[in-house]
Design a protein around this ligand. Sequence first.
Ligand code: HEC
Length: 134
Amino acid sequence: MKQVWLLAVLALSPLVWAADTMPATPSAATADPARGRKLLLARQDTGCILCHQLPGFKEGGEMGPSLTGVGERLSSEQIRQRIADPRLLNPQTFMPAYFSTAGLHNVAKPLQGKTVLTEQGLEDIIAYLVKNPS
Ligand code: HEC
């Protein structure tokens, strides 16, 4: 019986892994970590620092995990998935989905069908975070 379970888990694990990651977009080729840091600190545009601590910035929030050293804990594909749509990992998360328009309600007309971050903005932020700032 134990072996059957193990086989089932092994058979399903690639699916679980796939849901945990998102491959690079074409904009990754022109990603700029300096622009990424600026976006991370832009309270009005992204709000990341309302919930996260960032190295070299004292006023970060504590609702989410600190982003210090995140490039050591997670791959760029895992970081991309967590920013684009963290609901895939935790449906109850209160972190917004920054690169998805799925399941959003009551969106103002001019913003309908638009993601919070542009594809370039998403890749700029990842380029900064994978440098593993500390
Ligand atoms: C409203 C609060 C909030 C905002 C705003 C927010 N996050 Fe998060 N973030 C969280 C929480 C909470 C988690 C923990 C994951 C969960 O909820 O399951 C998280 C997790 C993460 C993770 C995974 C970190 C780890 O160590 O696992 C990354 C990377 C991340 N956020 C990046 C960002 C970026 C980049 C932005 C801005 C574009 C942002 N977050 C905005 C709350 C927030």
